[in-house]
Design a protein around this ligand. Sequence first.
Ligand SMILES: Cc1ncc(COP(=O)(O)O)c(C=O)c1O
Length: 421
Amino acid sequence: MAAVDRLAIDGGTPVASEAFPVGFLGSAEIGEPEIEAVTSVLRNKTVFRFLDPKNSWCTRLETKFKNLTGREHALAVGGGTAALLCGFSAVGIGDGDEVIIPGYTYIATAAAVLLCGAVPVICEIDETLTMDPADVERKITPRTRALVPVHMRGLPCDMDRLVLLARKHNLLVVEDVAQACGGSYKGRPLGSFGEAGCFSLQQYKVITAGEGGIVVTDNPDVFQRAALYHDSAMLFWQPGETKVRAFPGTNFRMNELEGALGCTQFDRLESILARTRKVKRGIVEGLQGVEGVRLAPVNCPDGDLGIAAILLCETGDRAKRFAAALNAEGIPASSVYDKTVPDRHIYCYWEYVMEKSSSDAHGRPWTSPLHDQTRRYTPDMCPQTLDVLGRSIHIDITQRYEQKHVDWIVQAVRKVAAALA
Ligand SMILES: Cc1ncc(COP(=O)(O)O)c(C=O)c1O
């Protein structure tokens, strides 16, 4: 075999002659606008959002999210988990309810369900890495109250089928858009499909507020209930504005420093996604017709954020060899499910779900008499999910990749596919 074709893992020359840019998406772009906005908050000495509501950065951020999603209402909160908790509580999910979530999502989705007093029911994902509508339907029981489409790695769920299913079985839909801010499905923004949509602005996300989350909804009662839940004294800050019955809340308020950072980062969203999508299109075009590996199907390629390229192999063993060979070629790739690497995005590593444990000495919510006490959780309960993730290779994409990075990814995948054929 010519030296140029010998895999780098076998001593050949790596395809990529330089390291890929590392780091995050939005936070890698933090610059003067962010610094100026955050320092202006400090200069004003007004960090609490309700001190000067007319000039609040948090309020401005909410308006930006209303415009992004086309929703009537948006509420800024302290994090994505908080957004899910507010969203679930606002739609009335609680004790005795079952909520269907995919076996591939961050553990926080399951935690938020449990913290509301409900229990998660874990469904399979399909090759799109998002919830498999056929399995969602199989998992519905008389206790099912809601389903949570999670648009993992910016990949839209099959919202047509999920929304139809929800209608057919009279279920609520709360979208987890933590990883998919700015995405869409068939032209409609992600976060605009369900009763509520929940975003995260944590540092790993496309844009960041440091920490932060947003709940969006069209339903004024859901919005008011989310606001009550996010602040135990909401009626004090906005007297007379709440028409729904009060209940105890938390403190999940966003502060003005986060609001200022979130607003300035938001203004970068369009440009970041234009660049990630261009990179992904280049990879997809370059890999047309490649043999021995294939790109994972995407429910709506136009709405995909383009922050990850997923390759599928025939077997898990092959995916691991493929990913190791790509790494040696200098490509930032990893096998998604590797038994030797615990990953809190895969249900079998959600220990407090698998073990049904909680902070409560009585074991709530698991032990609530309203829940099905025979429900069991085991690491092998979603074999299709483990199979798909085991066969998947994840190639990270950031907006800082240039044409040369696209070319290296394409060349390396083709080289490894040919060598492992
Ligand atoms: C799919 C998903 N849901 C929920 C969350 C929770 O968001 P946060 O970390 O902002 O609480 C995250 C991210 O961390 C996530 O990736």
